[in-house]
Design a protein around this ligand. Sequence first.
Ligand code: BYC
Length: 329
Amino acid sequence: MYAQMIKTDSDRVRSVEEMSEQEREFMARIERGEKIEPKEWMPEAYRKTLIRQVGQHAHSEVVGQLPEGNWITRAPTLERKAILLAKVQDEAGHGLYLYCAAETLGVSRDELVELLHAGKMKYSSIFNYPTLNWADIGAVGWLVDGAAIMNQVPLQRTSYGPYSRAMIRICKEESFHQRQGYDIMMKMCAGSPEQKAMAQDALNRFWYPALMMFGPSDKDSVHSAQSMAWKIKINTNDELRQKFVDQTVPQAKYLGLTIPDENLVWNEERGAHDFSEPDWNEFFEVLAGNGPCNRERLGARVKAWEDGAWFREGLAAHADKQRLRKLAA
Ligand code: BYC
């Protein structure tokens, strides 16, 4: 129902006959696997799609710091605290690479942040779920970063140069993030029965939200066809979701945990697992701002932005002074 509401006509893939000469040349470059660089000609809709995706991706990295940042002061050991701190700082860095990539498309970081704060741009649905205990930090690293890698590895080959290069750096760090999460899960599963039960409970709560990270099913995806024609996206949402399930099932087995899906079974014919789809009504409710933590997450970002105003003003004043000095020299 919601999916239909957000479908737009501009996402229709244009036929070769409908394209201008310039667009046809652009498509030929895409098909040859050439990267498109900032100052080169690109269709306006390609630029807008990239601003939307890269901007949302940047926002996700920054908002994604909140559920984990929440546990830095309560990490169980000094070592775990240092690891989590490094991971959360990495996410801030990912946000910066991505905002920089978006800026090369002619939008400023301030404009993007304003759109996020006004609720006009999205961030990943996953960060609207709470992290209730330490096992959740394990589940986030294992499943959320695991899903992120599955999505981001192909994006290293995306057609827009700056986005592709940002992805290469980000993927290197995401692998460490996924490993640290899985390591927490291994420790908890080898601990007391209560600790293992916490790990199972975290898996139960994060499984379907992690599957939702890949976006709506292909039949409801608004942008996939056009984004894939432009090689902004390399795979469909369902292809990546399937790969994630196939990769994660043996990892859960190794931990001695059960994936909360009675329909999960290996399908010999397809050479892949059959599994239950997430509750798509819940997904679209979260996108509409009605998830468990939407208000809290956006509220925290707006507060951080407002609290940091004095610092941005100081930086701008310093930059003005430097400029004046250079002009006077
Ligand atoms: N959450 O036509 P579709 C991380 C929206 S950060 C929210 O399939 P598309 C991490 C979609 O935007 C991970 N919204 O769209 C950080 C569209 O709405 P609009 C972030 C979603 O773009 C810190 C509508 O639904 N990763 O890993 O072709 C700590 C229809 O969807 C979601 C990225 O951003 C969602 N899950 O495909 C730990 C990767 N899914 O914009 C970890 C880059 C869909 O028309 N992005 N929507 O209003 C992508 O690969 C693609 O944008 C998506 C969606 C696969 C997410």
